[in-house]
Design a protein around this ligand. Sequence first.
Ligand SMILES: Cc1cc2nc3c(=O)[nH]c(=O)nc-3n(C[C@H](O)[C@H](O)[C@H](O)COP(=O)(O)OP(=O)(O)OC[C@H]3O[C@@H](n4cnc5c(N)ncnc54)[C@H](O)[C@@H]3O)c2cc1C
Length: 547
Amino acid sequence: MTMAPAPFETHEVLNQPPPLVDYDLFGTDRALKEAVVREGADWAMDELGSFGRKLGSAETIEAGRLANAYPPVPRLFDRYGRRIDEVEFHPAWHELMGLAIGEGLHTRPWAEPRPGAHVARAAGVIMMVQIEAGVQCPTTMTYGVVPALKKAPAIAAEWRPRLYSRQYDKRMIPAPEKTGVLMGMGMTEKQGGSDLRANMTRATPAGDAYRLDGHKWFFSAPMCDAFLVLAQAPGGLSCFFLPRFLPDGSRNALHVQRLKDKLGNKANASSEVEFHGATAWLVGEEGRGVPTIIEMGNYTRLDCALGSTGLMRQAVAQASHHAAHRSAFQKRLIDQPLMTNVLADLAIESEAATALVLRLARAYDAQEDPAETAFRRMLTPAAKYWICKRGPALGAEAMEVLGGNGYVEEAIMARLYRELPLNSIWEGSGNVMCLDVLRALAKTPEALDVALAEIQTARGADRRLDAHVTALTDEVARDGFQESQARRLVERLVLALQGALLVRHGDAAVANGFCASRLASSQSGAFGTLPQGIDIRAIAERTRPAI
Ligand SMILES: Cc1cc2nc3c(=O)[nH]c(=O)nc-3n(C[C@H](O)[C@H](O)[C@H](O)COP(=O)(O)OP(=O)(O)OC[C@H]3O[C@@H](n4cnc5c(N)ncnc54)[C@H](O)[C@@H]3O)c2cc1C
């Protein structure tokens, strides 16, 4: 008699990590927690912790997936053929928007000002984008609008209470009937985005308002309740407030043409629009449109740097989590020396970004301080440039840590990877940021002194940092600020600031690794090239969200 062979298990799942869910995004991010305390928002630790746990729950992470798997669709007409120019979203998007607005990421530092308010918000943004980055777009634009509205006191008085509300209201109805509103902005036209003076949209005076005719080529979050837009008035390029509904309750003539089919940022709607006699009100003076809207740009650029910092943190968290649970050649990946080096190098980049953006956020808390004002004017484009530039490279390397798993859609890695280049492009692309740093230095030369004074507080603590700073200041003294060298200057300045922050306040192993790889030698190659003498094990372990 022959025995039947034992059944062979064909679908046993072995050596795959547990999903990274039901964890505390804040509590497991040491660099972020330390920076929040250091930069003056220690009062927010508890609430950031509960926000971090809410975001890290399996349900919220699933909402992030759904909002991207089912992107928004345009609903331009009603069943009778009347224009409605609306966008329809998956319920998960509204759930996530509710979370972001409930936390006050759109306006809380304005609504409830206190020392550290911008820092606390910055930490919230860094966490929010890790779960779903699309919601950052309307949230950020609303954050940036509030200071720009100072130039239109009557509109500000009417709209501020609605903008300050933490009750998200998804309905497309007139603003006075809503529990909370959001705002967007329209600058970019087909013929020019960086060069805003090329704007062609026309603004014709009509009573106390203006009639707008023209288009915007990129117009994100078109379901917002109002927008700041640029248009050519008789006195030159000007900034206008354009609501979706007019005071009589009718829809304004803002017509959505189509939604963009984007590389990433799928959950967020970005549209092309035309204005066919839309009604808008002047913000500031005619001819002063760029300076008015640029006021908003400082805040949105800060958020690009925060966004990439958060996306990088999530990529590193995913990579280190995977490597801690996956074995190859009888050893966990995180314990394989070459992989440990890769993880430590990624972690250093993420920690350096975190330290810098929270320091920058503190400059936004010191609104009235002239030195901090000059500092943030120069550092905002500089930080946006360098942090957003590092993002895609880090995202690609972190994805590779997951091997083939990293490249499939179900892993969040693919989404992070597609999202990362965007922060480098919108709100002013890389070159434009570096040229803006030169402009800031030309207008407020003291900004460089403030930055150097901050860097010098670390003098003597690390010879590699000292040598880097001496070389940088010598080069500036010799060559000045040349346009063709702007990227080189900005990169080296940001590295000096990151180095100083890490040397003074950061983890000792991280600071040592940073100075060895980013200052003593130029890290122009791949991640995972940290030299001998760095405690790569300690760095890789420190960054891992151990669950
Ligand atoms: C998904 C998405 C959503 C967006 N949403 C909005 C929105 O809601 N509202 C809005 O107004 N805009 C929005 N934008 C537009 C975005 O801000 C612009 O695309 C960006 O500012 C660049 O402008 P541009 O596309 O016209 O490129 P260009 O201005 O043509 O620039 C092309 C390249 O040339 C470089 N460059 C430009 N000038 C110089 C120079 N003097 N020296 C050297 N290099 C230079 C730039 O850095 C860039 O790399 C969005 C873009 C994207 C991708």
